[in-house]
Design a protein around this ligand. Structure first.
Ligand code: DAH
Length: 361
């Protein structure tokens, strides 16, 4: 003979299972678990039981209560998800979007509602920021040349930003006037060249990486300077890498970006972390700037001292400057986008003015 409590449990479960709607389920819940429900009544009855019986019946009662509670919870969930999928099934996702009864999407200031139109307007489609477009185009070209993506933090230490890049303490770039320092001595990286070091610390040569990202300088903000700007760093380390490789890769990049007739010029320059160092200028009739040389990139052959810093940090000789050579470059993304899209002022990138941004949609 099953214990009456077990009988009660079986009845309850059967009733819950056959509940056809939320109302029937609620009725079952009250009947069994409600304050004067039958499971609760057993709780009262416990008091009258003999001492030896109490623990056995008590345990059984707990089991029955949790079985009934769990069954109700599951049913509630089922009803809820049935309701939701029923509601979703009525939505036609192929209908055009609506913005609300005013017919206005909320972009105040720039696109007033069509005159005389008081119904629903379709939602406006977003588009990528011109800098993002520029970045994606550039990354795509480098990927075709076999470069992998690397990255590093915007908040850096002095070693990765300067020391490891052969930039001594007395160098002007390390001055507080030029660099944003944090109270704890760290800084906002002044260039993405930091990722050269991080990539070499993390992997053995040969290495071929690009690192897109933001850089920060305490420049006076004007039409061509912004406290935050964007670069793509590049690093290629292998045996017998030469300036000819550097020249070939970057000329290819510039012509893919600005057109086949782009003229590319390499001029001698100085960077602490490359020797020799060069700057790249481009000129193209296809560009609005026409016949004017514009500087777009710093580059050069990786300085042996940079390899030595990396070796020291790694504690090995993986980047032996006698064996490995490499080229590195840093492309100014904002500058490239300004040239390509004929944008007169770098500040436009950060002003979120839709009249500006819509031109690149
Ligand atoms: N880090 C330099 C800058 O921000 C640009 C640069 C020059 C990067 C030469 C390089 C390089 O990797 O080899 O002005």
């Amino acid at each position: 003979m099953p214990h009456p409590l077990e009988q009660l449990r079986d009845d309850a479960l059967r009733e819950i299972e056959s509940a056809g709607d939320e109302q029937a389920l609620e009725a079952a819940r009250v009947k069994y678990l409600g304050r004067s429900g039958s499971v609760s009544a057993w709780g009262e009855q416990m008091k009258t039981l003999a001492k030896e019986e109490k623990p056995i019946v008590g345990k059984l009662l707990n089991e029955v209560r949790s079985a009934v509670t769990a069954a109700i919870d599951i049913c509630v969930q089922q009803f809820r998800s049935q309701k939701e999928s029923g509601a979703l099934a009525k939505i036609d996702i192929s209908l055009p979007g609506a913005t609300g009864p005013t017919g206005y999407s909320g972009y105040s200031g720039h696109s007033p509602p069509l005159t005389g139109y008081s119904g629903y307007l379709p939602l406006e489609r977003g588009s990528l920021h011109p800098l993002t477009q520029m970045l994606e185009r550039s990354i795509e070209i480098f990927r075709r040349m076999g470069f992998a993506l690397a990255d590093g933090p915007d908040v850096e230490d002095e070693w990765h930003c300067f020391d490891a890049l052969n930039t001594p303490p007395e160098h002007p770039a390390r001055n507080e006037q030029d660099t944003f320092y944090l109270p704890d001595g760290r800084l906002l990286r002044t260039h993405t060249s930091t990722v050269q070091i991080r990539a070499m610390q993390a992997a053995q040569p040969p290495l071929r990486v690009i690192a897109p990202g933001a850089a920060y300088r305490r420049d006076e903000v004007d039409a061509t300077h912004s406290a935050q700007f964007h670069q793509i760093e590049g690093l290629y380390v292998d045996e017998n890498v030469s300036v000819a490789d550097l020249k070939g890769a970057l000329e290819f990049f510039m012509r893919e970006l600005f057109g086949a007739n782009t003229k590319v010029q390499f001029r001698p320059h100085y960077f602490p972390f490359t020797e020799p160092s060069l700057e790249i200028y481009v000129k193209s009739k296809a560009l609005k700037r026409g016949e004017q040389w514009v500087e777009v990139c710093g580059c050069g052959m990786v300085h042996p001292a940079v390899f030595e810093s990396v070796n020291k940090a790694r504690g090995d000789k993986a980047y032996d400057p006698e064996k490995w050579t490499g080229y590195a470059f840093g492309l100014g993304m904002d500058r490239l986008a300004m040239i390509l899209f004929d944008i007169p002022d770098i500040r436009l990138f950060a002003q979120d003015d839709l009249r500006f941004l819509r031109q690149f949609a």
